[in-house]
Design a protein around this ligand. Structure first.
Ligand SMILES: [Zn+2]
Length: 87
């Protein structure tokens, strides 16, 4: 688990959020963050699976058909860096 703020991997578990998500605290920059802050309402595993399929050269249209995810959503995931997320 890498820190969303500085990318460091000295993170440890830091309790849970109100909705049961794991929280982490970074030992390098000292900030805390949630698991998967960029995908509100979208399960992290699904997102990972979709992005992995994309890396294996599945077309955006194919992803739409296979996972029912919109092209725009995938494009945003590909463009957006975690640091750019709103808090
Ligand atoms: Zn950090």
């Amino acid at each position: 688990m890498n820190c969303y703020h500085c990318g460091g991997n000295h993170t440890r578990k830091h309790g849970k959020t109100g909705n049961g998500k794991q929280r982490y605290k970074c030992g390098e920059c000292g900030r805390s963050f949630r698991e998967d802050p960029c995908a509100p309402g979208y399960p992290e595993t699904a997102k990972e699976r979709i992005l992995r399929a994309y890396q294996e050269r599945v077309s955006l249209r194919g992803l739409t058909r296979m996972f029912g995810v919109s092209r725009n959503t995938v494009t945003q995931w590909l463009k957006k860096k975690p640091e750019a997320c709103p808090p």
